[in-house]
Design a protein around this ligand. Structure first.
Ligand SMILES: C[S@@+](CC[C@H](N)C(=O)[O-])C[C@H]1O[C@@H](n2cnc3c(N)ncnc32)[C@H](O)[C@@H]1O
Length: 238
């Protein structure tokens, strides 16, 4: 586990023909992967994940910008209507280069922490000066994260299925304060994809009395022209 500063890295994702090919192939997802799509989607190996995102870090914002990736802004603006205390402690899961933190900062939040596996992403995110700290740690359903229970008002994950492993929901709820929010924002196509089992898992948690659903919101332009689903959950702490 480590906290990070600045730096960058690169890959060849910016070739337009390759990007178009990836976008055409993918259609719905947020990622414009340059290499083999299946490899990107399925790997959970920490070293592969780290390399994948280290390599993508330099072009990540340019790549998602081309897809009009509005999710960080939309989710931050929606959160600001629900959590009016700008001193709320927020954990941005899979913070990457800090797009979510940047939008949270714009709407007034100041106590924003992040977690990510990629040093190169963390360096870019920290250089934005919007995070209090970012921890380099693997998010793994088999492991308890280093954070203490009930330490955040908001634990949020914004992005896509490629890094959303709903099996980690138990951990995200554990880190959330009793009256806080565990927020999951994901493309609607991925939300509905049985492979990710997002709504199914959430319903199981609710049925088992481990979580309540505060609300569920459809965001029309999560990526321009493509909707997203945002779940606002709360842990049940007895
Ligand atoms: C799709 S990207 C960025 C999502 C970001 N929230 C956004 O909206 O721009 C996913 C990020 O999660 C990180 N990540 C993926 N799997 C991870 C894991 N198992 N543990 C820790 N970080 C992970 C990657 O390094 C990457 O920066």
């Amino acid at each position: 586990m480590a906290e990070q500063g600045t730096g960058q890295h690169g890959n060849d994702c910016t070739h337009e023909d390759k990007q178009q090919e990836c976008q055409d192939k993918e259609g719905e997802g947020i990622h414009i992967a340059c290499d083999d799509e299946e490899e990107f989607e399925d790997t959970s190996d920490p070293e592969e994940l780290k390399k994948l995102y280290d390599d993508w870090s330099k072009n990540y914002e340019q790549d998602v910008g081309k897809m009009n990736y509005n999710a960080p802004r939309k989710v931050a603006e929606a959160l600001a209507k629900i959590v009016t205390d700008k001193d709320a402690d927020i954990l941005d899961i899979g913070c990457c280069t800090g797009l979510v933190g940047q939008e949270l900062y714009k709407v007034g939040y100041r106590n924003i922490d992040g977690i990510d596996i990629s040093d190169e992403c963390i360096k870019i995110a920290m250089a934005k000066n919007v995070y209090r700290k970012i921890v380099n740690e693997i998010i793994d359903p088999e492991k308890q994260m280093s954070f203490q229970s009930c330490s955040y008002d908001v634990v949020m994950l914004v992005g896509g299925g490629m890094f959303l492993d709903i099996k980690n929901l138990k951990e995200w709820l554990r880190l959330t304060k009793k009256d806080g929010f565990t927020i999951i924002g994901v493309m609607q196509s991925e939300y509905q994809n049985e492979k990710y089992a997002v709504p199914q898992t959430i319903e199981e948690y609710i049925d088992q009395g481990l979580a309540t659903r505060v609300s569920k919101e459809i965001i029309p332009d999560y990526i321009t022209g493509k909707p997203g689903v945002v779940e606002y959950l709360r842990p049940v702490i007895k």
